[in-house]
Design a protein around this ligand. Structure first.
Ligand SMILES: C[S@@+](CC[C@H](N)C(=O)[O-])C[C@H]1O[C@@H](n2cnc3c(N)ncnc32)[C@H](O)[C@@H]1O
Length: 271
């Protein structure tokens, strides 16, 4: 068997500007291209390579997403056995919340093919830019919303909190493509143990077209269940309070508070 080659690339969030030169080069040179993107992004991929096959038909309302993903992986891997260079394109960063991308890489390598993932611009990258969030200042935690709700995670409310995929809250069968407001109420109650009831939560949606504005809708935590979530909504909670300095560690390191000039400390001291 001549080993095949799998390149997994991201298209970014805005197809016009986010598709890296590296991804364009790989897409142009591939024997086959598989993708789940649609609309303008799909058109852009077709400009780069005529042999683009959409995997959108693997999705269907009522079909479990895990079955759709397994079908995608099968279709991506099939041409590798003929020694082909296959490029699989996913939106945003291909390794961020994209199970079929990681699974295709894993299975391709296990079958003796060469497989590489190339980074792209994720929704979180856009959020840092649009909401003016620098993770160096506060620290930043990022969770899948259902995962966060169902596990008693230890997280830090003095750092930024990003919750992905709120639209899937309550979609336990992973086949509905919409959320259950009752689950959102429970999420808000869980969060209220660590944040004030009126703590601002931003429902964030990065713009997909260059001239559009991002959606940055703020709702108080106790009214989160009234917010509208789409397939591309991400939630952002700013820190509730500054982090507490460890007097014990300062003493151990032989330094005083007045000597600190970095990160969150610098920000909080400036007010
Ligand atoms: C399956 S994940 C895909 C993430 C994508 N691979 C990335 O790198 O951003 C889908 C989730 O990403 C987030 N997302 C996708 N597009 C977004 C956008 N335009 N603005 C904000 N968040 C977005 C939402 O949380 C959405 O539920």
């Amino acid at each position: 068997m001549v080993p095949g080659r799998l390149s997994v690339v991201g298209t970014g969030i805005r197809p016009g500007g986010h598709l890296t030169r590296e991804a364009q080069h790989l897409l142009r040179g591939a024997d086959r291209v598989f993708t789940v993107v649609d609309g303008l992004t799909l058109d852009r991929l077709r400009e780069l390579n005529a042999r683009v096959e959409s995997l959108q038909d693997a999705y269907a309302v009522g079909r479990r997403r895990d079955d759709s993903y397994a079908e995608m992986v099968r279709r991506i891997l099939a041409p590798l056995d003929e020694g082909a260079h296959v490029c699989a394109a996913f939106y945003g960063h291909p390794g961020v919340f994209v199970w079929p991308a990681h699974e295709a890489i894993r299975q391709a390598r296990a079958a003796g093919h060469r497989a590489v993932m190339y980074p792209g611009i994720s929704a979180e990258d856009c959020l840092f830019a649009d909401l003016g969030l620098d993770p160096a200042l506060h620290g930043c935690q990022s969770f899948e919303a259902t995962d966060f709700l169902l596990h008693a995670r230890r997280f830090d409310p003095t750092a930024a909190l990003i919750l992905w995929q709120p639209v899937t809250l309550g979609d336990l069968r992973r086949d509905a493509f919409e959320h259950d407001p009752e689950w959102v109420k429970v999420l808000a109650e869980v969060l209220a143990a660590d944040y004030p009831a009126d703590h601002p939560v931003t429902v964030y949606e990065a713009a997909v077209f260059p001239l559009d504005e991002p959606r940055r809708e703020q709702v108080p935590l106790n009214r989160l269940h009234e917010a509208r979530f789409s397939q591309v909504s991400t939630l952002y909670l700013p820190p509730a309070a500054p982090p507490a300095l460890s007097a014990e560690r300062l003493e151990r390191l032989g330094i005083s508070e007045s000597e600190l000039t970095f990160g969150a400390y610098q920000l909080h001291r400036r007010g």
